[in-house]
Write a protein that binds this ligand. Structure first.
Ligand SMILES: [Zn+2]
Length: 506
């Protein structure tokens, strides 16, 4: 499949290069709230991927994927939905409940990319779309177009199926990158207003409930990092802790909203297996699809693989910022369940055995499988966080495996065609130039320019190299020593890697 065979042979036994510095200097200064455990990431903005495999991908992403995604989304009405919500457009409301998240994700990708490329026309286009989005924000901070247009009284109803939290989380992530690029607080303040609104409704002593599609959890931690407002970190932890519970302690009862919207297809199965397949599909929807059937700390890898990947990512961040040893133990168990029993040789995840775009039974990994692109991306994001939390090679290895094989297989080399599913075996399926349910294309738009941020991590007196790619990076050790790294390689096509490290003490 794609470049899989070539790449796997290059996956190295050790990904960690440590360099020790004995000098004493003052601590580094950063606006970022640093984690109290594990390693520190080197932000993508400090890493320039030049030439080679990833340099080329960054160029294509900037020149092709970003404008293509914005064109498709504008054409499909993702932006005019906000105009309608702001009262400046009289046309129809388009799309589904998750529609807002798609434009937030594409803008986030553009904002990542603009931190590396000087492109005034694109920057102007992005700014103008964002202004139209923020114009729809309500006085109390709420900002989801379809509810503003249709029925504000139903804003927070049916959280399982209507993606309110998912939309909000992607708005926060986009706003953070806008702030990183421009230094301007305009959009970040809009995100804070929306987050404060949510924090005013949900939490201990308020409403005990969770969204049906996780994402806000990891976005709130990012918002905490940028703003220093601990309420966002606490709210993220609340949403994670509350899964599998009602009102903080009781176990969740069966929720009819989690019934499958369409009965699974069973006609192709022998009669004796149909009842079991139907039962399992229903069971999965009722309980594990949204990782809400029991507390996260008691779960194995279950349910929708995108939701799962984002959840585990947030849990890993919570461990780094809050300790949470119960989350740390659960992540160890879930990681082994995924990597040893439920992950493809490509690093892809999610067999959709239970018709839920999710994890199936252990060791049951058929070739004509599902492996949604978003699940591959979420898997990489999680593995990156595990590598940063633990500083262990095995997480960086799985991240690399999934990055090259289970994730970017969904994006064409030309940057303008996408797979939703990434089976190991197909009958000649072709990537589509766009997908109406645009979660995967827009996820690629925001994922490719993040790759530089996965490459390095900083420990007490060491720098970790997670990935090999040509380019330069600059960071500071905890003791404040500036370290510049120049990496020359044609990896993954060639295994030779030359690292030149200089410090301000050398
Ligand atoms: Zn997707």
């Amino acid at each position: 499949m794609r470049i899989m065979t070539a790449i796997i042979s290059y996956v190295r036994l050790t990904a960690m290069v440590c360099m020790f510095f004995m000098c004493i200097a003052s601590p580094s200064v950063s606006a970022d709230v640093l984690p109290t455990r594990g390693l520190r990431e080197v932000n993508h903005s400090s890493v320039e991927l030049q030439g080679g495999f990833w340099g080329l991908h960054q160029d294509i992403h900037h020149k092709v994927t970003v404008p293509h995604a914005l064109d498709c989304l504008e054409k499909a009405g993702h932006v005019t939905n906000f105009d309608k919500a702001a009262g400046t457009f009289d046309g129809p409301l388009r799309g589904n409940h998750a529609f807002d998240s798609d434009i937030h994700k594409a803008l986030e990708g553009a904002l990542y990319s603009l931190q590396h490329y000087d492109n005034k026309p694109l920057a102007g286009r992005v700014e103008s779309i964002i202004d139209r989005i923020v114009a729809a924000q309500q006085p109390d901070g709420f900002l989801i177009s379809c509810f503003i247009v249709k029925d504000q009284a139903k804003r927070w109803e049916n959280l399982r199926m209507q993606h309110q939290m998912y939309n909000a989380g992607h708005f926060f992530e986009m706003a953070i990158e806008h702030h990183q690029l421009t230094g301007d607080d305009k959009v970040l303040n809009a995100a804070k207003r929306f987050a404060n609104h949510i924090d005013g409704i949900f939490g201990p002593g308020k409403r005990y409930d969770v969204g049906g599609h996780q994402e806000i959890e990891l976005a709130l931690i990012k918002l905490y990092r940028v703003t220093g407002d601990r309420r966002y970190l606490e709210l993220s932890k609340f949403f994670l802790d509350e899964r599998g519970h009602i009102h903080g302690k009781e176990r969740k009862r069966f929720d009819p909203n989690t019934l499958p919207p369409h009965p699974p297809k069973v006609d192709h199965l022998p009669k004796s297996e149909r009842r079991r397949a139907l039962f399992l599909a229903k069971w999965s929807r009722r309980s594990g699809r949204m990782q809400d059937h029991k507390p996260l700390v008691e779960q194995d890898a279950t349910g929708h693989a995108v939701r799962a990947g984002y959840t585990y990512s947030a849990m890993a961040d919570i461990v780094r910022y809050m300790g949470a040893p119960d989350y740390a133990h659960a992540l160890d168990r879930i990681w082994e369940d995924v990597v040893y029993r439920k992950m493809y040789i490509t690093g892809g995840v999610g067999t959709a055995q239970y018709h839920d775009e999710g994890y199936g039974d252990p060791y049951l990994l058929p070739n004509n499988t599902y492996c949604e692109s978003c699940a591959g991306i979420a898997h990489v994001l999680w593995q990156h966080r595990m590598a940063t939390l633990k500083g262990h090679t095995k997480y960086a290895d799985v991240m690399e495996l999934a990055l090259y094989n289970g994730a970017i297989s969904g994006l064409s080399i030309e940057g303008d065609a996408f797979f939703y599913q990434n089976p190991l075996q197909s009958k000649g399926g072709k990537r589509s130039s766009w997908i109406g349910l645009a979660c995967c294309p827009t996820n690629f738009t925001r994922f490719t320019p993040q790759v530089g941020g996965f490459m390095y991590a900083v420990g007490k007196e060491s720098i970790y190299v997670n990935l090999y790619a040509a380019g330069t990076a600059s960071t500071k050790t905890e003791k404040g020593i500036t370290v510049k790294i120049d990496q020359q390689t044609d990896y993954p096509w060639d295994g030779n890697i030359k690292l030149t490290v200089t410090t301000d003490t050398s």
